[in-house]
Design a protein around this ligand. Structure first.
Ligand SMILES: NC(=O)c1ccc[n+]([C@@H]2O[C@H](COP(=O)([O-])OP(=O)(O)OC[C@H]3O[C@@H](n4cnc5c(N)ncnc54)[C@H](O)[C@@H]3O)[C@@H](O)[C@H]2O)c1
Length: 465
């Protein structure tokens, strides 16, 4: 098949390289010229394990190309994947300007007998209809628009692409024009043709087709938000349980394991910590609340999920202040303190720092007068850019170090915010020697309290005795 991919971020680049690897002819385009230049020079603009090798192999094989011209992606393409960003607007709703702009630009260049526009971006219910209207207003070529939400996880995106739990495809029913077609009489025929192409596209991924689930576009769009909100809810629930554990003298790590052994519950997404971040959970829970609000509904569980997370992102700060017997109300409460932070990415194996708990902590520390020494194995560049934008002149109070232990010299405490593999078994003797204060705040519960304490360090995790 010939495919066009619009947007070369985490979703677009993985899908483009993944489908090219199955033998398809793929053109990925982006309006970010510098990103396309880097990709053409063989540089991968994001950190995703295995992606550089996959891109290089498919570029070398002539199956994967990069361009800034929409016509290169649409020419003779059977399928166009829309993979542009849907960042949160100020009021929480998903900002769809990238989706609409991309849809219009694609529509103007359509040239095949029939093209399916596949929306992989996370979008509110009804967006497929809106995209259909936009494209129909600028082309006479036959086309269909389907919803195909992406469920990949950064850090294991290639594996998720190759072995998805499920592939959801939402087709019709169109409430607007079903695409103008000289050859296809009805919207049902358009939908059938789209279904066939999508089945063909995903045949290599879900070979038995037992994990390919067709539904209508609205249900498909909502499935994505409901899934993310549910996973976020599990994390917030455990963060609440962890808070209770601290008050009643229970250990959340034992509670978590005990709960996860129940097959009805399962062990995933039960890890308490410093709150969820990233480019999906925070914005998608807020967007879901907005979707409900539009039709006069409230979703109390999702509201609580979000507010617990806001509180949880402050957890390490509260513990630091309590340890030093300080109050946030005191101006410059942390003046003179040096705080080391390990882990800046919102989770391991990615350089994505969007809504990362570590950055929220650092911003608070700096606002309270502290100096910060921070380390991350791969996210130092993205973190520096993000902190520079939020802190401005105060960025001089943040040092991002190239080694984990370099961050510790003269620090009063170490806060762990991301459970990178490289940080799971550190040299505690060295930590004890380098730290000025002896406090370790383990925001991901990856260290054994008794072991840490045996080196003369003070250990505090999340919800642990
Ligand atoms: N990142 C994830 O883990 C993940 C997982 C599942 C779903 N999603 C969803 O997928 C979508 C994309 O996410 P992402 O993380 O890949 O985003 P991203 O911000 O990393 O990448 C988006 C890319 O689209 C490009 N772009 C913007 N407008 C464009 C236009 N008009 N034409 C062409 N290119 C354009 C941008 O320059 C950027 O390179 C979002 O809706 C997101 O919620 C993301």
């Amino acid at each position: 098949m010939r495919l066009g991919v619009i947007g070369t971020g985490y979703v677009g680049l993985v899908a483009g390289a993944g489908f090219a690897d199955f033998g398809n002819d793929v053109v990925c385009i982006d309006i970010d010229h510098s990103r396309i230049d880097r990709l053409r020079q063989g540089e991968i603009p994001i950190h995703e394990p295995g992606l550089p090798e996959l891109v290089a192999a498919n570029v070398a094989a002539g199956r994967l190309r990069f361009s800034t011209e929409f016509a290169d992606a649409t020419q003779d393409s059977d399928v166009i994947l829309l993979c542009v960003g849907t960042p949160p607007a100020a009021d929480g709703r998903a900002d769809l300007s990238q989706v609409y702009a991309a849809a219009e630009a694609v529509g103007r260049c359509l040239s095949s007998d029939f093209t399916v526009l596949v929306n992989k971006s996370t979008v509110p219910v009804g967006t497929a209809d809106r995209v259909r209207d936009i494209v129909a207003s600028v082309t006479d070529k036959p086309f269909a628009v389907v919803s195909n939400p992406e469920f990949l996880k950064e850090g294991s995106a290639l594996d998720d692409f190759l072995r998805p739990d499920r592939v959801i495809v939402g087709v019709g029913p169109a409430s607007g024009p079903a695409g103008r077609s000289r050859d296809l009489a009805t919207s049902e025929q358009v939908d059938d043709r789209a279904r066939k192409l999508l089945r063909q596209l995903y045949s290599a991924v879900v070979r038995k087709n037992d994990r390919l689930l067709f539904m209508d576009a609205r249900s498909s769009e909502l499935t994505k938000y409901a899934s993310n909100a549910y996973l976020a809810m599990r994390i917030s629930f455990m963060n609440d349980v962890a808070r209770l554990c601290e008050q009643i003298g229970a250990d959340v790590e034992l509670v978590r394991r005990g709960m996860g052994m129940d097959q009805r519950i399962g062990p995933s997404f039960l890890f308490p910590g410093v709150g969820y971040g990233g480019s999906c959970f925070p914005k998608d829970t807020r967007a879901l609340l907005h979707i409900a609000e539009q039709v006069g509904l409230s979703l109390p569980l999702v509201e609580a999920t979000e507010s617990i997370n806001v509180r949880q992102k402050r957890r390490l700060l509260d513990k630091l202040l309590a340890h030093f017997a300080l109050s946030e109300d005191q101006p410059d409460a942390l003046a003179g303190k040096v705080i080391a932070v390990w882990g800046l990415a919102f989770k391991p194996e990615t350089d994505d720092v969007r809504e990362a708990p570590a950055l929220a902590l650092i911003e608070k520390l700096v606002a309270l007068g502290a100096s910060v020494r921070a380390y991350d194995p791969v996210a130092s560049v993205t973190a520096r850019q993000s902190l520079q934008a939020s802190l401005g002149d105060k960025m001089t109070r943040v040092t991002i170090t190239s080694g984990a232990y370099d961050a510790l010299s003269g620090a009063d405490a170490l806060c762990l915010c991301t459970e990178w593999r490289q940080l799971r078994q550190p040299d505690f003797r060295k930590i004890a020697r380098l730290l000025r204060g002896k406090l370790l705040l383990d925001g991901r519960n990856i260290w054994e309290p008794a072991l840490v304490r045996s080196f003369g360090l003070t250990y505090e995790g999340i919800g642990r005795r």
